[in-house]
Design a protein around this ligand. Structure first.
Ligand code: GKE
Length: 353
């Protein structure tokens, strides 16, 4: 792919899309089109030297506009979020099928060279995710089909559309199944946030408020793997340029309980909190992990960024965002120096507490 061919990132105003645009710029791509339904001031990352379009990609004409003249398209646009969103907005998540359908038609009609689609681990059969001590999911575990209600079914259906657009229309489609991607410049409050960002926010709130308690959804024993954004960006681009026709897992295989995730955030924040478990909150599956044998075999690479390392960067970014947004509304304890993730006792000494 020459660096002056047009690359389109649908969903470029979002978390992963914003990072992908930034990464393509860093690599020297000179013609990037970033498309998102959100107003520009809500984009996580927006660059003046990129063609930014605010378009609703559920509309077919807008998809044709988005794809016009493109060499490659990354289709990341979706109405989605963490369990707090997808468990209570099943119909809205399924409407993303309009985006996926219209984008594939537009890509075919525009004769684009390569088309990437971000699927999800939510396509996997729920019966294979009933134990915290989960066997890591292989790509074949999507069948017999029993994906996450709403969101997972749409993702699985759209995967198959990608396959048939390749078989019938010779569109070069490639699919990755993302496993819970996290990092800075993503959603950390408001209900769509996923567990890594949610835990960072809750620990920060507890630390700054002095109310040293944290609510955890479920019993904290449920397990997940969490993939840092830099691994996601590398894997996404490798998969698009690979000859791997079938969907590939793109996720970390570092399995942790949610309690262990909280341990990591507490250690970063230098605080220990009282844990309150909300068993009525959205929990999703009991266990999910990515089996990375196939991606390792096909690409000679797999995600490897350690959770502790990624969470430190994520925590620090969310802390700074939190202070920017709420500093005026916090008590004296919060007047810590910018980016000061000092341990609790140092913080109180700093502030004469
Ligand atoms: N979001 C959130 N917020 N999750 C929490 C919280 C909290 O405050 N406290 C505990 N959890 C638990 C959830 O109950 C769930 O068991 C686990 O953390 C992970 O929740 P999540 O990050 O919201 O989403 P899931 O991994 O269950 O599912 C997500 O998987 C992705 C693909 O791996 C989906 O929501 C999609 O974002 C996506 O398909």
């Amino acid at each position: 792919m020459s660096k002056d061919q047009l690359v389109v990132v649908a969903g470029g105003g979002g978390f992963i899309g914003g990072h992908l645009v930034a990464d393509l710029r860093r690599q020297g791509f000179t013609r990037i089109r970033s498309v998102d339904i959100k107003p520009f001031d809500e984009w996580y990352q927006c660059f003046d030297d990129v063609e930014n379009l605010q378009l609703d990609l559920m509309d077919q004409d807008n998809c044709h506009t988005a794809c016009k003249g493109a060499g490659e398209v990354y289709q990341l646009a979706a109405d989605m979020g963490g369990m707090g969103f997808i468990e209570t907005h099943k119909a809205e998540c399924m409407l993303s099928v309009l985006i996926n359908t219209h984008m594939l038609v537009a890509a075919r009609d525009a004769g684009i060279g390569k088309y990437f689609y971000s699927s999800s681990a939510c396509v996997y059969n729920a019966d294979k995710q009933t134990s915290e001590d989960v066997v890591a999911l292989k790509e074949a575990d999507a069948y017999p089909a029993q994906p996450e209600d709403g969101y997972g079914w749409e993702k699985l259906f759209s995967e198959r559309m990608c396959r048939h657009f390749r078989e019938d229309f010779k569109l070069h489609t490639r699919v990755a199944r993302y496993h819970n991607v996290y990092g800075p410049h993503g959603t950390w409050e408001g209900g769509r946030e996923k567990a890594p960002a949610a835990m960072c926010r809750k620990v920060i709130e507890a630390k700054l408020s002095g109310d040293h308690a944290i609510e955890i959804w479920g019993d904290g024993k449920q397990t997940r793997s969490f993939m840092y954004i830099d691994d996601c960006l590398k894997g996404t681009q490798m998969i698009l340029h690979s000859d791997c026709l079938e969907p590939l897992n793109l996720g970390s295989n570092e399995l942790v309980t949610i309690n262990q995730l909280v341990d990591i955030v507490e250690d970063i924040a230098g605080i220990k909190l009282d844990r309150k478990y909300n068993l009525d909150a959205p929990k999703g599956v009991n266990g999910r992990n990515s089996d990375n044998d196939l991606i390792q075999e096909r690409l000679g690479w797999a995600p490897s960024i350690r959770l502790r390392d990624g969470m430190e960067k994520t925590y620090n970014w969310i802390y700074d965002e939190y202070m920017k947004k709420y500093k005026g509304k916090l008590g004296p304890r919060a007047a810590a120096p910018k980016g000061a993730h000092v341990r609790d006792k140092e913080l109180s000494v700093e502030l004469g507490g």
